[in-house]
Design a binder for this molecule. Structure first.
Ligand code: IVH
Length: 694
């Protein structure tokens, strides 16, 4: 027994080290079980006093023998010491988003696309509530929670383990023989019933109120002091598998959900299986009915293909899985008064009118501004200041004014809105070209456009420079500190000037400069997207990055080179060539390179030396292990061409069962015919099928 113990407590109350260890283990198990029954299964077995007593005993033991404090101890839920920030977590498997549909037609189309891809007549699905919270990925190693990470941008999130430990319904340790390593994903949310109370408290403390439960979940989870998170009643449901190691993967999603329940994880009790779109629609209508009775927000139903093997065959298109879809509930609509119409100048010079509203609650959020789309929309609907209007908001979509209220009554002095003929920022005459609905300011040096561009450049999906938000993006150019994007990387030399900015103290300046410095290592695709070139989204930026590898090569790309990229059409190609033809833009690129902001994309080209690269294939007949679409995707991924017609230029015909006229034609034209087995060896291992007879 450590000597200091004798003085601290009476001999009887202090257990020997060994005994203490086993008693602590027992208490941990009892408390964790009690917590699970209480928080996960809603069937408490211990009363509060018993629970408190066990907890106090365990705390005392751990205080005496700190080495007994295991990461899965329930005492760890009270919160770890404040952290200076969150570590970055790179997700092993990206956390992607979901495509949306809004009606039965969209839903059927999604299902049919999946069936076509798989060449199936039907396949079972699972329907779940789409919880309006925050996605989390939690890794358990040997059953114990090792790490919890937010979704972040999907590739990289934040390590919020200390905070997640404080969420009572999240098991610190899984039970019943969990896999050696498993990452489970789910949604954290803030119960509606506790939301008003939290805001009341915040107001009392002089803190800004959260706009909705979702934001309060996010705010609570991102507290630097996990003791603070521990005070928030966060809750969580698991709904997906990130990855699994050392154990068999369940064969269906349904089976996974049962397994998670068995390990002690909370799974939403409203979960339905469906075998047809009719059954899915019935489930959706049921979900719409239970919605009102839930203590958390849902904004739709998520429909998933049940078989995990089929899920992995289906894979992803862009950022959305083919194997799941979100059916969104209709947007909520509310009536209010349109107080004033303002016009904003966007990054590309587009003038967008927006409505200042009498604030109203729409779908749990207070709305004071909404978009009015464009000039034509205002003319068509004749929106006027002072009108009663209908406002709607769907999920994360920007709130919009959809029309005049049937109750709208105008006073005699009401007048139609006159759209400004000049840019509200720089005064340049605006233009509206051809059939484009947008009115633009075409002044390339318009200050408002540049401010928006700065904001976009620094935004999370772009260069991710925290601290360069709306206000700083206005101040920097107005004070002349930043005249071009490249100047951002010259700010380090103007530390003194930055301190002059409003609300910028030492710490903020330091953080901003650090964030700028860190942004230098963003990949090329991010930088390309960040430049805000019209029509270049994050996906096309990735294709460009892969093809050109660096700014220098992209700057001189020709239209033909651009058109040769799968996914880049003539409009985008022209836009890019035009962009790089502008002298200012050329100078910007040169400046960035000179300042060392010149990321190089060195991801290896998977298909460059694969023998299928550059070859032309036709796939016909029924394959055993994959569908024709999958075979075609694989050919394209390796740099080959997959076409529908056999010609003299076809290198290989991949013939499955019941191949018909294409096979005949291939034989006639002397095109090499290979079977599925040869095709797979070719694709997987690069084994070129030998010539017939050799
Ligand atoms: S599955 C690859 N299931 O919705 C997609 N997501 O809009 C994996 N969400 O990021 C997500 N409830 O945060 C799934 N039952 C549910 C969900 C759900 C809410 C969220 C999740 C996701 C977002 C996509």
């Amino acid at each position: 027994m450590p000597p200091e113990m004798n003085s601290a407590k009476s001999d009887q109350s202090v257990l020997a080290r060994d005994e203490a260890g086993s008693r602590a283990g027992q208490l941990r198990a009892e408390i964790n079980l009690a917590n699970r029954l209480y928080y996960v299964e809603n069937a408490p077995e211990l009363d509060d006093a018993e629970w408190d007593a066990k907890m106090r005993e365990l705390l005392a033991l751990e205080q005496t023998y700190p080495e007994l404090k295991t990461p899965d101890s329930p005492t760890q839920r009270v919160g770890a010491p404040p952290s200076p920030g969150f570590d970055e977590v790179v997700h092993r498997v990206p956390m992607l988003s979901l495509g949306n549909v809004f009606d039965e037609e969209g839903l059927s189309a999604w299902y049919q696309r999946a069936l076509d891809y798989l060449e199936l007549e039907s396949t079972p699905m699972v329907c779940e509530l789409k919880i309006d919270g925050l996605a989390l990925a939690i890794t358990y190693r040997d059953g114990v929670m090792e790490r919890a990470a937010t979704r972040g941008d999907g590739e990289r999130g934040e390590d919020v383990t200390a905070n997640v430990r404080t969420i009572r319904s999240v098991p610190l340790a899984l039970e019943n023989d969990p896999p050696p390593v498993i990452e489970l994903r789910g949604e954290v949310f803030f119960p509606n019933s506790k939301f008003a109370a939290l805001n009341a408290e915040r107001e009392k403390a002089g803190l800004p109120a959260y706009v909705n439960p979702r934001n309060s979940a996010s705010g609570s989870l991102r507290q630097l002091d996990s003791g603070e998170t521990a005070k928030r009643p966060l809750d969580m449901f698991f709904y997906a598998l990130g990855y699994i190691e050392g154990a068999r993967q369940p064969s269906t999603h349904w089976e996974l959900l049962q397994a998670v329940r068995n390990w002690g994880g909370r799974v939403n009790p409203w979960t339905r299986r469906a075998n047809s779109i009719e059954e899915v629609m019935a489930a959706i209508s049921d979900a719409g009915e239970v919605r009102e009775s839930l203590d958390y927000g849902i904004d739709g139903v998520v429909i998933k293909i049940d078989s995990l093997a089929l899920q992995s065959r289906l894979g992803y298109v862009g950022r959305d899985p083919r194997w799941a879809i979100a059916y969104k509930f209709p947007a909520e609509r509310v009536e209010t008064t349109l107080k004033a119409i303002h016009v904003n100048v966007g990054r590309t010079g587009a003038l967008t009118p927006w409505a200042e509203l009498d604030p109203v609650m729409v779908g749990g959020v207070k709305i004071g501004r909404a978009t009015l789309h464009n000039r034509d929309e205002i003319v068509r609907k004749d929106f006027r200041e002072g009108d009663r209007v209908i406002v709607q908001r769907a999920g994360d979509v920007i709130p919009q004014v959809v029309g005049l209220s049937p109750n709208n009554k105008r006073s005699a002095d009401s007048i139609s809105f006159v759209f400004p003929g000049r840019c509200p920022s720089c005064g340049t005459e605006t233009v509206q070209t051809g059939d484009e609905a947008v009115t633009r300011c075409v002044n390339g040096t318009c200050p408002a456009q540049f401010e928006r561009l700065l904001e976009h450049f620094a935004s999370r999906g772009a260069m991710d420079i925290e601290g360069l938000g709306e206000r700083v993006a206005q101040d920097l150019p107005r004070l002349g500190f930043v005249k071009s994007i490249a100047d951002i990387y010259r700010l380090a030399e103007r530390r003194g000037d930055l301190l002059e900015l409003e609300k910028m103290g030492e710490t903020r300046v330091k953080n901003l400069l650090n964030a700028i410095e860190n942004s230098r290592s963003q990949p090329l695709s991010r930088l390309l997207y960040a430049l805000g070139i019209s029509r270049i989204g994050s996906e096309s930026a990735e294709w460009l990055s892969r093809r050109f590898r660096g700014l220098a090569a992209l700057k001189v790309a020709t239209e033909d080179e651009l058109l040769a990229i799968d996914g880049i059409g003539s409009v985008v190609a022209t836009t890019l060539v035009d962009y790089f033809a502008v002298e200012q833009n050329q100078r910007l690129i040169d400046d960035l390179i000179a300042l060392g902001v010149n990321p190089i994309d060195d991801t290896p080209e998977p298909s460059a030396d694969h023998p299928a690269n550059g070859m032309t294939f036709v796939v016909t007949g029924r394959l055993e292990t994959m569908s024709r679409s999958e075979a075609q995707s694989r050919i394209k991924a390796l740099g080959g061409k997959a076409t529908g017609t056999v010609t003299g230029k076809t290198d290989y015909l991949v013939a499955g069962a019941e191949a018909g006229s294409k096979l005949e034609k291939a034989v006639r034209l002397n095109v090499r015919v290979i079977n599925e087995e040869e095709f797979i060896a070719f694709m997987d291992r690069g084994i070129v099928p030998s010539a017939p007879g050799s």
